[in-house]
Design a protein around this ligand. Structure first.
Ligand SMILES: CCCCCC/C=C\CC(=O)SCCNC(=O)CCNC(=O)[C@H](O)C(C)(C)COP(=O)(O)OP(=O)(O)OC[C@H]1O[C@@H](n2cnc3c(N)ncnc32)[C@H](O)[C@@H]1OP(=O)(O)O
Length: 299
């Protein structure tokens, strides 16, 4: 394992440009005798069962798995690696941080930075979503913690969601509570999942649903005891992997392409929109106040 900066050639024969300082040990993955492999990067753990063709990504960006630019960079590289390696047909997304799936966008990336940074950050958010939403693999979210905003989007972009039955693990798009507006493509994914009326209600009020409510509204597909989240995700995965890949993938694309294309055709405008929105004084103030409230919660 090494600290790498610059150009690195991976086993799959693909050359990726890595951001300086990103630590990756994927190419030094340990291979077990039972077909299990484990890639390690600093913020994203990848465990895989080669025989079953299933990989598990565990978010490991403590304390709350916020989607920092560094996390997203590692995550995108891991996703790309798995997508290009035809060994893997299924991917489980889960968290290595107890009680938190993901706290969503890293508010520190959206506060007090320059315009170029906001643009780079938003491009990484878009890229992450497009890669998840259009993945050829079956994606199952094993949601083992709180999942607000961007964390909820990652779960909604999967094909199936299993949520741990713990009232503290709330899930939803709560952007309005921060004084910001969920982008149109977050809205589109929510509408595709729970329908227009429920999405309108949830988005305007910034609702964060407890597990039973999330199940009722259709935001998740199953709620199970906390210690059964991973095993349930695995059995759901087995069921989905029984479907021939080509038929399932074409069907997925048929269902999702229009939503993804809607962003793809206006990606640059969406970035400009984010940059001008987030750099407004009023929005900077709202975000700072919100961050401050989070920090003071403990005291
Ligand atoms: C035109 C388009 C406009 C904008 C589009 C924006 C789109 C998406 C929006 C987002 O994703 S914004 C992020 C929304 N996320 C949240 O509202 C979640 C906020 N966090 C929480 O509710 C809680 O932290 C938690 C996730 C439920 C965990 O609670 P817990 O009690 O376990 O931990 P805390 O003590 O609250 O937090 C620990 C530590 O982490 C910091 N932190 C929490 N969330 C974030 C975050 N999203 N970004 C950065 N930092 C975060 C928190 O301040 C604490 O910091 P310290 O006090 O330890 O320094």
């Amino acid at each position: 394992m090494a600290l790498v900066a610059g150009r690195k050639t991976f086993a799959a024969g693909k050359t990726l440009l890595l951001r300086a300082g990103v630590w990756l040990g994927a190419e030094a993955a340990a291979r077990g005798g039972n077909g299990a492999r484990r890639f390690v990067s600093q913020r994203v753990l990848v465990e895989s069962d080669v025989t079953a063709g299933i990989a598990t990504i565990k978010f490991k960006n403590p304390p709350v798995n916020s989607l920092s630019l560094e996390f997203l960079t590692e995550f995108i590289i891991c996703l790309e690696k798995l997508e290009n390696d035809k060994t893997y047909r299924g991917l489980i997304l889960t968290s290595d941080c107890p009680g938190i799936f993901s706290a969503g966008l890293d508010l520190r990336e959206m506060c007090g930075k320059n315009l170029a940074h906001y643009a780079e950050y938003w491009r990484a958010i878009q890229e992450t979503w497009l890669k998840l939403y259009l993945s050829n693999m079956v994606l199952v979210a094993a949601i083992n913690g709180a999942s607000p905003a961007g964390g909820c989007l990652m779960a909604l972009s999967s094909d199936y969601r299993v949520l741990a039955d713990n009232p503290r693990y709330r899930i939803g798009l709560n952007e309005t509570l921060l004084g910001i507006v969920a982008p149109f493509w977050f809205k589109d994914v929510l509408v595709n999942t729970i329908g227009h009326r429920a999405a309108e209600h949830a988005l305007q009020l910034g609702l964060l649903f407890q597990p039973t409510e999330a199940l009722q509204v259709g935001m998740v597909d199953q709620v199970v005891p906390e210690d059964q989240v991973q095993s349930t995700a695995l059995s759901v995965m087995t069921e989905w992997l029984a479907i021939p890949d080509h038929a399932r993938q074409l069907t997925k694309s048929m269902m999702r392409k229009a939503t993804a294309d809607n962003l793809i055709k206006q990606r640059e405008a969406d970035i400009q929109n984010f940059v001008s929105f987030v750099s407004r004084d009023s929005i900077q103030k709202s975000l700072q106040v919100y961050l401050e409230k989070l920090k003071q919660k403990k005291h």
